[in-house]
Design a protein around this ligand. Structure first.
Ligand code: GDP
Length: 453
């Protein structure tokens, strides 16, 4: 495999930048461009040591820097690794990178270092994916789940199910080899219960997937309601100047700036606030088209009503429109004399939260309502590992195959047919862990990484 290099820190001005070189010739290349101030030459450095010196290329000093050396196999990638920490200017960093490339290293592709770690058996595929999740985690729950996955818990969970399937397959192979002996019914039952147990284990992972998505990506939320009920005030209360976070989700399917409000462990994505505010004006002057579209696409609707006024026809129309959406009814302006109470909303069968945006009251109640609406109350942050989309698809396929196998057993089909479907399920699980992943799958996983990781 070739020796590769990349800038591993962000492409921005900072205190320091790190240029990483990995491969058989990493130390040799580092030696060509790095002149230590100490007497020990780079080629004599032990693994896990660093030295201070100068990056010199074509007899020109580029920067003072620190060189850290890791020798194979004790490195992130499992290969020889040299890391140059230089001053964090964009130009100087690129000059160091250029010196590495001109000295024989090739530019690394996205996720190339982590891919090499996977190929060299340093990480399972799920652990490698967890590296990406750790980098992009926005909250405690997402980070703790990514850390658990990084420790290999998801791998172990899946592996234990896959091992069980392999055991069943071995047993079946024995039975298939002796077709003259009928499968005793008790063993048929044992087989069914082992398969059902595997299905339940996979089901649990699929259930957690949805919660994981919420913790990882937040909930697309639309705040709706007629004019002057306090939508903007609620938005401001949720964003609460010091707590608001702005995420620039570049490189995802939606290249938009989103304003996110953190409600405890959950992030509500109030997409494109400027647009929403503008829409409010449009609603008054032009109609409700844009608001309706937002209402259609959002995963959560917060419908705001003015508690100090009777419900009018516009309010009830809105209530009818959101009847089949996941929504929370928010009664605002509870600091004023109440004209309506939660009782007025009983027939809509939705959670009702009383707030006063003016007095900044009710945020905790709203958080509780969101958690309970999305069934996130009982998530145990210490034990839950969330799957990503790729992993979910593998689990779904494995589960479908096992259900087919169970069905085949019930219909009394041949053991050959049952064996084939169980073996397919097993393959899907091994694709998940990376033990039987095709090159295309591996490529796809690392394609989503940033260069330098
Ligand atoms: P929007 O049109 O739905 O976005 O409503 P605004 O947030 O612009 O609020 C309309 C009016 O109601 C403003 O004058 C706010 O100051 C007022 N308002 C908003 N929330 C409250 C509240 O909780 N209590 C009281 N008394 N007034 C509020």
């Amino acid at each position: 495999m070739s020796t590769v290099c990349a800038i591993s820190t962000p492409n921005a001005v900072g205190g320091i930048s790190v240029i990483r070189i990995s491969g058989k010739d990493a130390i040799k290349i580092a030696e060509k461009i790095f002149v230590p101030f100490s007497k020990t030459p780079v080629s004599q450095m032990c693994g896990h040591t660093c030295t201070y010196g100068r990056v010199v290329y074509n007899e020109r000093t580029i920067d003072d820097a620190v060189l850290t050396v890791f020798l194979e196999p004790k490195s992130y990638t499992g290969e020889n690794v040299a890391e140059i920490s230089c001053h964090g200017g964009i130009f100087v960093t690129k000059e160091v990178l250029r010196a590495c490339i001109e000295s024989g290293a090739e530019p690394a592709g996205p996720g190339e270092f982590t891919k090499r770690a996977f190929l060299n058996g340093k990480l399972s595929l799920t652990q490698a994916e967890a590296v990406m999740d750790i980098i992009s985690a926005e909250g405690k729950q997402a980070l703790s789940s990514a850390n658990l996955a990084h420790e290999g818990i998801l791998f172990k969970k899946i592996k234990s199910t896959a091992d069980e399937l392999v055991r069943i397959l071995a047993e079946l192979a024995a039975w298939v080899d002796y077709p003259e002996e009928d499968l005793p019914s008790v063993e048929n039952e044992t087989l069914k219960s082992s398969l059902s147990a595997a299905v339940s284990q996979l089901d649990k992972i699929l259930c957690d997937y949805d919660s994981g998505l919420i913790f990882r990506e937040g909930i697309d939320t639309a705040i709706v309601g007629r004019a002057n009920v306090g939508k903007s005030s609620l938005m401001n209360m949720l964003l609460g100047f010091d707590r608001s976070i702005v995420t620039d989700v570049a490189g995802t399917t939606r290249d938009v700036i989103e304003e996110s409000a953190r409600l405890g462990e959950v992030v509500l994505k109030l997409s494109d606030t400027a647009g929403i505010r503008q829409t409010d004006d449009l609603v008054e002057s032009m109609g409700v088209d844009l608001a309706l579209k937002r209402l259609e696409n959002a995963r959560l609707i917060i419908a705001v009503f003015d508690a100090s006024e009777e419900l009018n026809s516009e309010d009830t129309e809105l209530l009818d429109k959101i009847s089949d959406k996941q929504s929370i009814i928010v009664l605002n302006k509870t600091d004023l004399q109440a004209k309506i109470t939660p009782d007025n909303f009983k027939r809509y069968n939705k959670p009702v939260v009383m707030i006063s945006a003016k007095e900044q009251k009710g945020k905790e109640e709203l958080e509780k309502a969101v958690l309970s609406l999305f069934k996130l109350n009982n998530i145990n942050s210490d034990a839950t590992v969330f799957a990503n989309e790729r992993q979910k698809i593998c689990v779904e396929r494995a589960k479908n195959s096992l259900e087919l196998a169970l069905n085949a057993l019930s219909l009394g089909e041949t053991l050959d047919a049952v064996t084939v479907t169980i073996s397919k399920a097993c393959d899907h699980l091994l694709e998940l862990t990376g033990e039987k992943a095709t090159e295309a799958v591996v490529e796809q996983v690392f394609h989503n990484f940033c260069v330098g990781k």
